[in-house]
Design a protein around this ligand. Sequence first.
Ligand code: ADP
Ligand code: MG
Length: 701
Amino acid sequence: MNSSTLQTPIEYLKGVGLSRAEVLKKDLGIYCFEDLLKHFPYKYIDRTRFYKIKEINADLPYVQVLARLTSKEILGEKHTKRLVVQAIDDTGTIELVWFQGIKWIEKTLILGKVYILFGKPGMFNGKAQMAHPEAEPFGIETQRKGNLTLQPAYNSTEKLKQFGLDSKGLQKLIAQLIDQHLKDIHENLPLYILNKFKLADRAIAYRNIHFPADAIILNEATHRLKFEEFFLLQLKLLKNKQLQTQKFKGNIFNIVGNYFNEFYHHKLPYTLTNAQKRVLKEIRQDTQRGSQMNRLLQGDVGSGKTVVALMSMLIAIDNGFQTCLMAPTEILANQHYQTIKELVGDDFVEVGLLTGSTPKKNRKVLHENLENGNLKILIGTHALIEDKVQFKNLGFVVIDEQHRFGVEQRARLWAKNNIPPHVLVMTATPIPRTLAMTLYGDLDISIIDELPVGRKPIETLHLYENQRLRMFGFMKQEIAKGRQVYVVYPLIKESETLDLKNLTEGVEVMSIEFPLPQYRISVVHGKLKPVEKQFEMDRFIKGETQIMVATTVIEVGVNIPNASVMVIENAERFGLSQLHQLRGRVGRGAEQSYCILISNHKLSRDGKIRLDTMVKTNNGFEIAEIDLQLRGPGNIEGTQQSGVLDLKVANLVTDQQLLIMVRVCVINIFEKDPQLVSPENQILHQTLKSKNDGVSWDKIS
Ligand code: ADP
Ligand code: MG
């Protein structure tokens, strides 16, 4: 795209000026010509067909009819004053009514002439009617003005309307921009790609998405621009991936030594699933290549990601490197620490824990052991990167539940070594395929698509609030069998006090229903200090309490196999992935586990779908797709930092196939011509360089 012209500040467009420019910037984020060009219609009004008057009914959207004016008169007084015009075609009569601008309109309408009447139809006394239609004399002139097409409708704001920039006003500006600057919209895709995928020319596509002559032309234009959006995003992601591989030499882990073998043969308490083995192999291959690994590990809740991470770390240690594992919360970090300590046993490998609550004294020892290389595995929260932690030789980093970490933080970890460590990112629950391709498009992806054998699927039940007694009874049954129960309350940031109130009331009810000394209850919420939280968690872990009442602090990763019931209060207030993540806290032992979703009687449509989905399936990959459909990418964690939200035409839900196709296409381009040196790919250098292409690139890398 010709940056010099299309980057021109919007105030310089004829008819805009300073004050309109101000509002365009503020209300719509339109700063330059190109921004306006990319202010696409949100819908089109079909002006390609004319309705006959007898076809009209009140259920129709905006329609146009071709009719001859037969009478006009001003009726009523003061507030009821109105202009009523009768018009006919060969099928009937329609009544047109105006309440405003009466005098002027009355003057301009010419009786006996045929008009194009456009508006929202209604019925009054069994007669077709239109209030405030657009009325335009029919003639050759109308056709030339391109009015008999799909008419674009643009988002505007109250403020913009005051400046004459309603949908129509914007349309005029855009029409003028396209008239004057069509030649400045340059192609950015190689010709052979255009041919191969039968894509419309770029400038034409821009014109036609705003002013399509018909639905077919609109489709062609939209398709081309969707392709372009996905293409640019993938081009940059894959280019970045390539750069990382070239720029960063990677540590080479060429031996599998004692640490790994000893663990594998003598300590691992179960057989790995095939999926776990496959992923380990993928990581092995990556870390022998001599370039830095950036890999995303996707697996459903309980699929056993932790042990894969640990075994990868052991290989790093075998090769003389230190490793670290970063978790999003202290509880999780603690738990990983416990799990890993337990898995590796005593006198095997030095494992340390560093969180916000690590005492100064311990910190000092940790720092020393990190710097002299004795400490091989450091587990912690983001204290790991904020702290002035220095490793002797950090070679492998695991980031658990990455979406809570900024990408920027990932980069800070790299900076802790001359040669950046290999990075393994683990997601808490699966993310949809299209999101993985865009959000993590610069990472390689490994998938654990298999649960350890012998897991019984969790049974999920949806109960309404007034069925709570039934639930209490069930809880008692399970507790009598020696099981433990979670009861979770939603936590919504905006009203933490309210949530706490919910939880406190819940605890009160519960302590009457489950009285001491027979029953004991742990309570964990965000207002507790980390040590207090840990204390309560520990009581539950040790089995001293049978019920754990908590807010969502326990959401991610907590692993207590004896807990077999997960009760979720106000379940309708949770998102799908959160519900699934919470449910994943049970079903970790050999016992049959249950998830009970308690909700209000009043459910929104989406709320109902969420709960039904939970009852219907345990499959996290399936749930992730439905979640994306319900919420759209904008509300899914992590997307804010990616280029995903800048997609204006393409849609991650409905355009999945296209995205997959485009990604393959870009991968092929890089495979055939890694440096894009061939003449036909020259254009892509320009494309990669262009800044304002809808992808906020600095935020991604
Ligand atoms: P997640 O993928 O959700 O992080 P975890 O790593 O916490 O899952 O593993 C869930 C549970 O499954 C743990 O209790 C772990 O010990 C167990 N586990 C992991 N791999 C296997 C396996 N191959 N066979 C049996 N149990 C396993
Ligand atoms: Mg986990």
